[in-house]
Design a protein around this ligand. Structure first.
Ligand code: SF4
Ligand code: SF4
Ligand code: SF4
Length: 257
């Protein structure tokens, strides 16, 4: 423990020094280069989007110091990550989803924003969106038909963020698969599943949400969800008005085909 504390102090003082030297310009250049080199970085709970986070985080290391599980680290020079910024690697140490989220309110600049992890009752770690877990179906042994629910059991949001889906094994005709399926809107990206995965290289990994998930845009609307009303409105504004004098036929709608 003493060793960890010393190491953390060393990292903190190193990062603070780097932040100061960085003002000179030299390290700042390297910092920008490293930030472009590694978009796969996972940030602490409540982090602003990566662009805003990089502008707002002053690399003080207070969040790292506040984390009781040594989950958070400050990026070293040469790590391929923006120097001095906090990140975590779930396969090494996942986020334990502390109820009081000590790493967030301590942030002096709101680079970690309490509002993003709060509801009407106060801090709510379940709202964190550090990333999203993705299952590599090629290498997850459950997709081979071998019984494994290690990730499912490790998830702090048991049965909500990962569900087990029962599917008949067509190959044998006798057995069933129990397949882990991640609910991306519930998953916090804590990485406890990645840590628990039994394969040599994890077959379930946490990725930044903007990299792992698609973006629908305003052209497609579900139409049966209340929050889509706004998107529907936006889409209407973007649809060109039909020229009423045009001879173009709406074959499908008129049943002319
Ligand atoms: S929620 Fe807890 S374990 Fe997770 S990063 Fe913050 S302090 Fe560390
Ligand atoms: S406490 Fe805030 S400003 Fe300091 S390193 Fe953490 S995220 Fe950056
Ligand atoms: S990262 Fe994994 S363990 Fe954490 S909430 Fe998401 S599915 Fe559950």
């Amino acid at each position: 423990m003493q060793q960890n504390t010393n190491r953390r102090k060393f990292l903190l003082s190193g990062a603070q020094a780097v932040a100061l030297i960085g003002l000179g310009g030299l390290v700042w250049g390297a910092f920008l280069q490293e930030s472009r080199a590694n978009p796969l970085i996972l940030r602490p709970p409540g982090a602003l989007n990566e662009k805003e986070f990089l502008k707002t985080c002053i690399k003080c290391g207070l969040c790292v110091k506040a984390c009781p599980f040594d989950t958070l680290k400050l990026a070293d020079a040469g790590s391929g990550k923006p120097i001095g910024t906090p990140y975590f690697e779930p396969r090494k140490i996942p986020c334990e989803m502390c109820e009081d989220i000590p790493c967030v309110p301590i942030c002096p600049t709101d680079a970690l924003d309490s509002k993003l992890v709060s509801n009407e009752k106060g801090l709510a770690i379940n709202l964190a969106k550090m990333g999203v877990a993705i299952v590599d179906k090629e290498h997850c042994v459950a997709y081979w038909g071998i019984q494994c629910d290690a990730c499912y059991r490790a998830c702090p949001l048991l049965g909500e963020a990962i569900k087990l889906e029962l599917k008949r094994n067509e190959r044998t005709g006798k057995h069933s698969y129990l397949l882990p399926v991640v609910e991306s809107e519930v998953c916090t990206g804590c990485g406890k599943c990645e840590k628990a995965c039994i394969t040599e290289k994890a077959a379930i990994i946490v990725l930044p949400r903007e990299i792992a998930l698609g973006r629908v845009g305003t052209n497609y609307i579900k139409g049966w969800e209340a929050e889509d009303e706004m998107r529907l409105q936006e889409a209407k504004e973007r649809i060109p008005k039909r020229d009423s004098g045009s001879k173009v036929q709406d074959y499908l709608n008129n049943g002319d085909l």
